[in-house]
Design a protein around this ligand. Structure first.
Ligand SMILES: [Zn+2]
Length: 301
C-alpha cells in the first residue's frame, strides 16, 4: 500500500464524490514527493460553499468576494525558500495531534470548483486536484506575486500534476469521453470545402485544460492546416507546452498525418492518442506512430 505522506484533516461542509477526495489525497502525497519533503506533514482542507469562502476572504484578506481556494500557511518560510529546503523549520511545526508537521489550512469552495471545471471544459476531479495542488504549493512556500516566483510555482504545479496523471493506473474513462466529445464538437467547426473531410481535435494539457482545433483548408491547397496542429498552436500560443492526451474525430479512422506527428513529438513524445469515427474508438501512443522520432533531445550531445 502507498504510504500516506500528508495527513489531510477534512472538514466537509459541502460534499463531493469520494473518488475525488481519494484522488486529492494521492495528489497531496505527490506534492511532498515532488518537493522532496522527507517528513510527514498535515494540512486541514475545508470543503465549503461560496458564502463561507467569501466570508473568510473578507475576514482575513479584506477581499469581499468568493474565490476557488484560500490557503493559510503555518510555516514562515524565509525569502525564496520552500518546504523542500526548510526541514528544520518544518520540524518546528511538529504537531502531536497529527504526529506530523502542520503546513496550514486550505479552504476550497465546491460550487466555485464545479463552475470553474465547466468553464475550462474539464472534469470536476481534475479541477479539484488542481486546486488542492495549488493550495498545498502555497502551504509549501510558493507564491505567484512576482513573475519569477510565479514561474517557479507553475513549474512545481506542472510537475506534481504530471506525476499525478502518470502514476494513475487506469486511465480515467470520464476524461477520455469528455476529450472525445470535444473533438467531435471541434469537427463541426471544420473549414473543409475542398476535401469535404472535416476533422476535429482536442488536446489535453497536463495542467488539465483542453485546447480544440479543426482543419482549416485554403483555395491554395498547400496552406491547409490540420486539426491537430491547430490545437497545438492554440495551446502553445497560450503558454501551454505540456500535454498528455489527444483525441481526433473524423468520418473515418484518421491517425495524425506525418507533419502533425512531428509537431506533436516536439511537445509531447509520450502522448496518448485516441481516434474516433462513427461509434468507434481506437488508441495508440505517439511513440507507436512515430518510432525513433527526431525531437528536441536528438540535438543534445
Ligand atoms: Zn496533420
Amino acid at each position: 500500500m502507498r504510504k500516506r505522506k500528508v495527513l489531510i484533516e477534512w472538514d466537509v461542509r459541502n460534499e463531493i464524490d469520494n473518488a475525488i477526495m481519494e484522488r486529492m489525497q494521492t495528489a497531496a502525497d505527490l506534492c511532498l514527493n515532488c518537493e522532496n519533503v522527507k517528513i510527514p506533514c498535515a494540512v486541514t482542507v475545508c470543503l465549503c460553499d461560496d458564502a463561507m469562502i467569501a466570508d473568510i476572504n473578507r475576514q482575513y484578506r479584506g477581499i469581499d468576494r468568493s474565490t476557488d481556494v484560500l490557503s493559510f500557511p503555518s510555516v514562515n518560510y524565509p525569502e525564496g525558500k520552500t518546504a523542500g529546503d526548510s526541514e528544520a523549520l518544518l520540524r518546528q511545526e511538529y504537531d502531536d495531534e497529527y504526529d506530523a508537521a502542520f503546513l496550514g489550512d486550505l479552504f476550497i469552495s465546491v460550487p466555485h470548483l464545479i463552475a470553474q471545471a465547466q468553464e475550462y471544459g474539464h472534469t470536476v476531479k481534475r479541477e479539484a486536484v488542481y486546486l488542492l495542488v495549488h493550495g498545498i504549493c502555497h502551504l509549501m512556500g510558493y507564491d505567484h506575486i512576482e513573475e519569477a516566483d510565479k514561474e517557479r510555482m507553475r513549474a512545481m504545479e506542472e510537475k506534481i500534476l504530471a506525476a499525478a496523471s502518470v502514476s494513475r493506473e487506469e486511465h480515467d474513462a470520464a476524461d477520455d469521453q469528455l476529450l472525445l466529445s470535444k473533438a467531435r464538437e471541434a469537427m463541426t467547426r471544420s473549414y473543409s470545402p475542398y476535401s469535404s473531410y472535416p476533422v476535429g481535435a482536442a488536446l489535453h494539457s497536463t495542467d488539465g485544460r483542453i485546447f480544440t482545433g479543426c482543419n482549416v483548408e485554403n483555395a491554395s491547397f498547400g496552406l491547409t492546416n490540420c486539426a491537430e496542429r491547430t490545437a497545438v498552436f492554440k495551446a502553445v500560443s497560450e503558454g501551454v507546452r505540456s500535454f498528455d492526451m489527444l483525441a481526433i474525430a473524423a468520418k473515418t479512422k484518421a491517425w495524425p498525418c506525418g507533419a502533425c506527428r512531428q509537431v506533436l513529438n516536439e511537445f509531447a513524445p509520450d502522448l496518448r492518442i485516441l481516434v474516433t469515427w462513427d461509434d468507434h474508438v481506437e488508441e495508440k501512443t505517439l511513440k507507436e506512430l512515430l518510432p525513433e522520432g527526431f525531437g528536441p533531445h536528438s540535438m543534445e550531445h
